[in-house]
Design a protein around this ligand. Structure first.
Ligand SMILES: [Zn+2]
Length: 509
């Protein structure tokens, strides 16, 4: 008993000694004096529409970011254009520190997911940002914002990009402002890189990285994107899953048939597709495609330890999401996402509801999403699934089947492959990774969640491929931010904490 009290005290003293350094207190009190001005600047930035496919909007956004940088005396501000015309530029700026031997680049993206403003809750609009009095409910109170209103950190800013990922851009620039205003100097050179095409698949990022290779040399990229852990604790993530798509269409008769006259006799593509999909996973969520897990790179001891320390949010999440059993029955969420997966994103075959009719459908289609982990290659995984489909007795075509093919094969699937990319992971054991962990820990008394890989996918492999660069993701947004959907929002406390996190990373030892 005494021993455990002593141990507890020791842990407390150690964590108090490491958490919330004097620098962070300086950053915090500077922020407290500037909250209203910062929120007002942020609301104004969010009111610029940011869909990557609209060049004029992207011009306004990149111009605004350059202004925000100029106001903070960032050096060497410039737009990095890819060679492809009309593609949005990345916005670049830097702070070169005399005597610094290493460089950190801070990454965030200023474009957002496409929007349908009619789906947003009453009073909300993607590009008319507002402040609401807490998490989104049936009825929210709207805050009348002014330069004198006392800001409650539980309030939320609602608008497209508020969390994903203009929050990253703004938190990084405000952290920089606070750091300089407080007279704090980093020991690393600091560079900023704000992408304008992430939600559109980073199609031209490779061009930018290659064209500006020498400008973008660094020892580490800090990727500020995505939500913190569902427990609300700060998080550092060392990798992302890869992603690739596949669409399967199974064929029945050439024309729809009356289900009374022909049911039981004519082949039913909806049933065939269901059986095919069901053959890919067992009842515990394990993929049954031969070889699917063979090349998975095993987790290191450090990674396993980090995973074991992740607070479990499974019960809370099941409650929040309304189901009682996970697909991978005995596996936690965090362990499940360390494995490659096949997900069904959508299925279609004839009609249901008002469109239901008594027919045997002519086709059935499923859209599959493959998530990759280190060691697995997306093309190989797609090939393994194709081999599995063949083993189930299907003939595979990549076009609609011809009459000859229909005469020759009983079961036909058209497979449409989409391009994807592989997973990426930075080793947690690297000295620079350990410094990142220490920096984030210096901002909080709470545990910092360390994840070998996040569930989501980002094309981080590009940084490794073109710049041989290391990447570590440090997200700041709340997990219930409606990212990519209507009513996207950012909890203001996450914004404040995120600014402290970014400042600590700039001041990393
Ligand atoms: Zn994002």
């Amino acid at each position: 008993m005494r021993k455990s009290i002593f141990a507890g005290l020791l842990i407390l003293i150690v964590s108090m000694a490491t958490a919330q350094t004097p620098d962070i207190h300086k950053i915090r009190s500077y922020r407290e004096q500037h909250e209203n001005s910062w929120i007002s600047q942020y609301l104004s930035f969010l009111s610029i529409p940011n869909i990557a496919s609209v060049p004029s909007d992207m011009q306004l956004n990149s111009g605004r970011i350059m202004d925000l940088m100029k106001e903070r005396s960032v050096q060497n501000i410039q737009l990095l254009y890819p060679d492809t015309k009309n593609a949005p530029p990345a916005v670049y700026g830097e702070m070169m520190v005399p005597g610094a031997k290493q460089t950190i680049i801070f990454y965030a993206h200023y474009d957002g997911q496409p929007v349908d403003s009619t789906k947003w809750a009453k009073g909300l609009h993607p590009f008319k940002p507002v402040i609401i009095n807490g998490p989104l409910q049936e009825q929210n109170e709207f805050i009348v914002f002014s330069n004198t209103v006392k800001i409650n950190p539980e309030w939320r800013i609602a608008g497209r990009g508020s969390s994903d990922d203009k929050a990253g851009v703004m938190a990084i620039l405000l952290a920089y402002e606070a750091m300089k205003a407080c007279g704090l100097t980093p020991i690393y050179n600091i560079k900023f890189f704000f992408e304008g095409e992430e939600e559109a698949g980073s199609t031209h990022l490779n061009e930018i990285l290659q064209k500006y290779e020498s400008l973008l040399q660094s020892d580490l990229w800090i990727i500020c994107d995505g939500p913190v852990h569902q427990s609300g604790k700060k998080m550092v993530s060392f990798g992302v899953r890869g992603d690739a798509g596949m669409e399967l269409t199974v064929y029945g008769s050439k024309r729809p048939l009356h289900s009374g006259h022909y049911g039981n006799w004519a082949p039913n593509p909806a049933l065939q597709l269901s059986k095919l999909l069901a053959s890919m996973k067992d009842d515990d969520g394990k993929v049954l495609v031969k070889g699917f897990y063979d090349k998975v790179k095993p987790l290191t001891l450090t990674e396993k330890k980090a995973l074991a320390a992740v607070p479990s949010v499974d019960t809370q999440l099941k409650e929040e999401l309304g189901f009682i059993q996970a697909e991978t029955k005995d596996q936690s969420l965090v362990n499940s996402i360390m494995l490659p997966s096949i997900n069904i994103n959508g299925m279609q075959s004839a009609g249901t509801g008002k469109l239901a009719s008594n027919v045997i459908p002519t086709t059935a289609t499923a859209n599959l999403d493959l998530r990759l982990v280190p060691g697995t290659d997306y093309i190989e995984q797609q090939q393994l699934i194709e081999a599995h489909i063949r083993r189930q007795g299907f003939y595979i075509t990549h076009e609609d089947p011809t009459s000859d093919e229909r005469k020759q094969y009983a079961k036909i699937t058209k497979v449409t492959l989409s391009k994807g990319y592989n997973a990426q992971r930075t080793q947690m054991e690297l000295p620079i990774a350990q410094k990142v962990i220490a920096a984030v820990r210096s901002t909080t008394k709470d545990q910092v969640v360390l994840l070998p890989s996040m569930g989501g996918s980002l094309p981080l492999f590009l940084f490794e491929k073109y710049l041989s660069a290391k990447t570590i993701t440090v997200p700041i947004a709340n997990h219930d931010n409606n990212q990519h959907a209507e009513n996207e929002n950012l909890r203001i406390q996450n914004f404040w904490s995120g600014i402290e996190t970014m400042a600590a990373l700039m001041l990393m030892k």
